[in-house]
Each structure stands twice: as C-alpha cells, then as structure tokens.
Design a protein around this ligand. Structure first.
Ligand SMILES: Nc1ncnc2c1ncn2[C@@H]1O[C@H](COP(=O)(O)OP(=O)(O)OP(=O)(O)O)[C@@H](O)[C@H]1O
Ligand SMILES: [Mg+2]
Length: 254
C-alpha cells in the first residue's frame, strides 16, 4: 500500500445535509479530520453528533454534500465498495450495539472474522488481549444481557479496537461510566492515538476527556458547525451557547 501524503485529511466533509423524519438534522456541515489526530465533537443533545458520526463510515448516506475518506468520495459507493473502507474504521456506538445472541468473546471475534481472519488461535488471543485492555479480562463467555451499561460499553470498545483500525469513531465512550472507569477509558483512547497513531473522532459531553484528548474541537449546534478550532479557543469563547455548555458540564459532571 502506498503511504498517504500527510496533508490529506482522514475525513473531509463538505456541506453535508441530512433530513430525518421530516426534520433538517444536518444543515450544511463542513469539517476536516486530520490523520493521526484526535477530533472531539461536542454539542447539546439532539445537535446531530451521532447522525454525523454515522455518515463517516457510510451507515447513513448524505442527502447532499460530500464525504471523502483519505481523499476518496464515499457518498455514492455501493455497500460492497463501502465494506473495504469500513474495515479501516472501528466504531464504538453510543448504545454499545452488541449482538445479544453472541457471547462477549464472539462479539469481539466478529469483526476479525468479517475482515477475513481464519486463524482461530490468533482471534482468541486478540479477544483476550483487548478484553484485558478494557479491564474485562477472562469474561469471554458472558452474554451481553448479563452486563451493566458500563461493561457493555467497554466490550463495544474492545470490539472496535480488535481489528487494529486506522481510525476509531467513538460515540460517548465515557457516558454512564463511573469516574474511575471513565478516566481509564479516556486514557485508553489516548494510548490508541499515541502508540498506534490512530485517527480518532470522539463525540462526548465530557470536558475532562476533551482536555486530555482533543487536538481539534468541533462544536455542533442545531445541525451546524458552531465552532471549529483548538480546545483552548473553545474554553475562552464568549459565545453564549458554548459558555452554557461549559458551565453545565462544570456543574453536572465536574
Ligand atoms: N433515524 C432517525 N429518524 C428520525 N430522526 C432521527 C433519527 N436519528 C436521529 N434523529 C433525530 O436527529 C436529531 C439529532 O440526533 P443525534 O442522535 O445525532 O443527536 P446527538 O447530538 O447525538 O444527541 P445526544 O447527545 O443526545 O446523543 C435528533 O432530533 C433526533 O431525534
Ligand atoms: Mg448521540
């Protein structure tokens, strides 16, 4: 595979529009996600963060506008063409999205099998390795229904990182976790970036996580990019909706 010039962003979104249930949800979103860096997406509930994230790996196709992955337009790719791109992108969905009929071990093995891995010993070794990373060592046989919300989230994270993707999309990776777990997951995301040079997009309400992780921040409001820039610039912003967001976090979550 040819190395990409450093200047090509991992994702480039231009004037993305989406309407769902008769409502304009994304209203001309443009943003750029640099390779190897962490972009944190903030914004109030309903701002369109999860919908935006689902466009980045082609789960939702744009109504109009352009989405490029490493320079390649993906808006009109077929599902089959999209599969190859999805193999380079790991996703941690907001609700975990585990397969309820499969054990934890099988859930984590699944994307490896999808990616064509046939060596069972290798698969199981990787399952054990990522479970240890998320603090759930030895829990392969458990079923998703028997897990707490926080545990589901960690299994989902383990599944996302199991295939060693080039890029990880995280939707609220720390929501619903206690402060200690929340911090350890934030550090894990940071490690993924430092050690594996993973490109990350992290949707979060957690300003502590933003401070630790963000190279760039996007603040979404009503389906539009309200701020794009450095984390420091966001914290210094005098904009009312940004100030409200920051002070609500300070009161609510510390
Ligand atoms: N499949 C869908 N059909 C209809 N409306 C949808 C669908 N998915 C999302 N929406 C609507 O789009 C808007 C944005 O939703 P989204 O899930 O992206 O918000 P969010 O910013 O992730 O919020 P939260 O912080 O609560 O997760 C909401 O008003 C939601 O009701
Ligand atoms: Mg969401």
């Amino acid at each position: 595979m040819m190395a990409m010039p450093a200047s090509i962003p991992f994702f480039e979104v231009e004037n993305l529009q989406q309407t769902l249930g008769g409502h304009a949800i994304l209203r001309g979103v443009s943003l750029s996600v640099p390779s190897g860096k962490t972009t944190v997406v903030l914004g109030g509930s309903g701002a369109g963060k999860s919908v935006l994230l689902k466009h980045l790996n082609g789960l939702i196709r744009p109504l109009s506008g352009s989405i490029k992955v490493k320079g390649r337009e993906i808006s009109d790719l077929t599902e089959r063409e999209m599969t190859g791109i999805r193999r380079t992108i790991g996703v941690l969905f907001q609700d975990g999205a585990l397969f309820d009929s499969m054990s934890i071990g099988e859930n984590i093995a699944f994307p490896q099998r999808e990616a064509g891995e046939r060596d069972e010993a290798k698969i199981q070794h990787r399952v054990a390795e990522v479970l240890t990373l998320v603090g759930l060592s030895g829990q392969e046989a458990k079923m998703p229904a028997s897990l707490s919300g926080g545990m589901r989230k960690r299994v989902s994270l383990a599944r996302a990182i199991a295939i060693k993707p080039e890029c990880l999309l995280y939707d609220e990776p720390t929501a619903g976790l206690d402060p200690i777990l929340s911090e350890s997951i934030t550090h894990l995301i940071s490690t993924m970036k430092e050690e594996l040079k993973v490109t990350s997009v992290v949707v979060t309400h957690n300003l502590g996580a933003m401070r630790l992780l963000a190279d760039q921040v996007i603040f979404l409001k009503d389906g539009e990019v309200h701020y794009a820039g450095s984390p420091a610039g966001l914290e210094e912003s005098e904009d009312e909706s940004i100030r409200n967001f920051i002070s609500a976090d300070a009161m609510g979550r510390g």
